[in-house]
Write a protein that binds this ligand. Sequence first.
Ligand code: UTP
Length: 322
Amino acid sequence: MTSTEHRAASVPTRGTVTKAVIPAAGLGTRFLPATKATPKEMLPVVDKPAIQYVVEEATRAGLRDVLMVTGRNKAALEDHFDRHWELEKALEAKGDQLRLARVRKSSDLGNIHYVRQGEPLGLGHAVLCAADHVGNHPFAVLLGDDLIDNRDHLLEAMIEVREAMGGSVIALMEVPPESVQLYGCAAVEPGWQENGDGSVLRVTGLVEKPDPADAPSNLAVIGRYILDPSIFEILAKTPPGRGNEIQLTDALQQCASSTEPGGGVHGVIFRGRRYDTGDRLDYLKAVVRLAVDHRELGSDFSSWLTGFVAEKDASALDSATS
Ligand code: UTP
């Protein structure tokens, strides 16, 4: 099938993207014990929980209808995006308008809905839990622990690709070949690297966490998707895969080879700043990167950090020479 035929088979017929689904029901085992009683999406990144950055990203892209897929410990997530009348009254009484605005911001972000994933059966299953809410329209999926820096407009670019090409759209990031086993990995139309810009490509196949020797590329799937609603039918029939979980990657693999309306997958290459806050090291990097650029804290934090690194370098030099 040529690219033109492929495009014709996947012309968007079911409207534009208006809804965002945020899966936040995973167990968060990589961050234990911090995530024993607190969802990893609630871990603070400077002064906001990770998930608030994700909801802000969705609303900035015009997606004000947000469905959160929650699991155990869902109360903290719901409370964060709800009004907190007592706190607001106390701040009002003190005349603390600055903090009052901060507290209100998270409850004014959009229309946030919740659905419960009874058991963490995998990301694909979490997405399937959104079927009734989403209906027959394309929708965005943003993983609740995956942060995209707000200066990078990945989601908007992906929505544009969906509108132009139809089908589903995934976000891809080049990673060192040895790291590909940590991600879903995409096979793409041959020759893309030589094709100049190469920022939007046709995806021909997907595999979840491959051994580096079997990986079709070093393009890793990261936590942003625009999905055609036909994915729900596929997910409902997708058996558990790697880790005995229902994998979104396995369902997308079927979409990639489908010539049915709504089929076809394109990838947008992302070269910006992205942090997996469910991973301890990446979480620490996210805190430092965002703290350095923070409007109020950035300058003081940067000077402290520069001094700290110099001190550390000096003491490493001392112990090497003594
Ligand atoms: P992860 O692959 O990070 O898995 O999920 P996890 O269980 O949350 O965390 P670890 O690996 O044990 O540390 C990717 C995204 O999919 C959601 C997670 O909340 C996260 O946003 N997810 C995963 C669900 O909502 N439900 C699931 O059953 C699995």
